[in-house]
Design a binder for this molecule. Structure first.
Ligand code: NAX
Length: 332
């Protein structure tokens, strides 16, 4: 029997498709461990409260031994009260005809107050993972409006891209995906991201030595990973949900447990200027976790001209997004 004090976990957009794939796994212990009871704090907008009620009924019907309570609410203060992990999933996806500025503006309206609500209500050890797109800049908005919460507690999700890239490399090499390590996603979770195949390793060897197909690595591999989200929408008629929920779980587990020696994990963090990245951007880096809640950007990763050009492009996009949301008055 679990004897630990329950930790509160907030999920926003809890009645959405990622929420549906995520909540049951959190309640079963896959997020914080099999000896850690959790209280789920579920945020939705008013029109989705009915659907959320149904999800809560299903959670009840699972009789999860670790689920110590459920709070379903449309009130920000209640949703973030005492929370230790806030998974910000709910956002408004880009619709046909929407310009980037519209998207940033609509979502800024969500993430600015949520940032404040985290600062005012969360537990002192709170960590925040933003999944809702555009996740890097949404995270930047929330973090910038919550200066009481240290910058190193804010994360935006690039792990789905890492997992996609590892799977592509493993399939091409004909090996198990677990043998692919050191796969970093640099920059923005968008089509400009750079999945760094040159520093990836397969069974401990450089990926380029195991897959001696430069044309594929520089071409189809990159575009497949960058456009995987669109390919899933095309095939499924709906965007990635189970794989996104899985990546959110992977991100949290990788941040709270020690990274294997020599390896790293992909997550977008507040840049302190590492690798020449402008300070303060929420930027995808290779990250090493110490197992005690701390993390650092992996040092000494080298890039050739091809990689440097790609990283410059994704950096430019994030700088432009920051400028846009600044002009919209979303950054203090
Ligand atoms: P859904 O549209 O199924 O669910 C979103 C839910 O958020 C809805 O139930 C909606 O009512 C709720 N919501 C909207 N505004 C809210 C607010 N202000 N407060 C609380 N809840 C609110 O989308 P879903 O497929 O679950 O995707 C959620 C987000 O994840 C989207 O922004 C999507 O683009 C993003 N993704 C991010 C990924 C990543 O790797 N970072 C990959 C998957 C996904 O595309």
């Amino acid at each position: 029997m679990a004897t630990k004090t329950p930790l509160h976990v907030t999920v926003t957009g809890a009645a959405g498709q990622i929420g549906y794939a995520l909540l049951f796994r959190i309640a079963s212990g896959q997020l914080l461990g099999e000896d850690q009871p959790v209280v789920l704090r579920l945020l939705e907008i008013e029109p989705a409260m009915g659907a959320l009620e149904g999800v809560v009924m299903e959670l009840d019907d699972c009789a999860f031994p670790l689920l110590a309570g459920i709070e379903a609410t449309s009130d920000l203060a209640t949703a973030f009260d005492g929370t230790s992990w806030a998974l910000l999933v709910g956002s408004v996806p880009r619709k046909a005809g929407m310009e980037r500025g519209d998207l940033l503006s609509v979502n800024g309206g969500i993430f600015k107050p949520q940032g404040r609500a985290v600062a005012e209500n969360a537990a002192s050890d709170v960590r925040v993972l933003v999944v809702g797109n555009p996740c890097n800049t949404n995270c930047l908005i929330a973090r910038s409006n919550a200066s009481e919460v240290p910058a190193d507690r804010w994360f935006a999700m690039t792990r789905l891209d890492e997992n996609r890239a590892k799977s592509q490399l493993a399939n091409k090499a004909g090996v198990q995906v677990a043998s692919v390590t050191n796969l970093a996603i640099w920059g923005n979770h968008s089509a400009t991201q750079f999945p760094d195949f040159a520093n990836a390793r397969i069974g401990g060897k450089a990926a380029g030595d195991v897959i001696p197909d430069d044309e594929w690595l520089h071409g189809d591999f990159l575009t497949t990973v960058q456009k995987r989200g669109a390919a899933i929408i095309e095939a499924r008629g709906a965007s990635s949900a189970a794989s996104a929920a899985n990546a959110a779980i992977d991100t949290v587990v990788s941040l709270r447990t020690a990274t294997a020696p020599g390896d790293w994990t992909s997550v977008a963090v507040a840049s302190s200027g590492e690798y020449g990245t402008p300070e303060g951007l929420q930027f995808g880096f290779p990250v090493v976790a110490d197992g005690a809640g701390g993390w650092s950007v992996a040092e000494g990763v080298e890039h050739d001209d091809f990689a440097a050009e790609r990283i410059a492009l994704t950096t430019e996009e994030l700088v432009a997004e920051r400028k846009d949301v600044g002009e919209l008055g979303l950054l203090p």
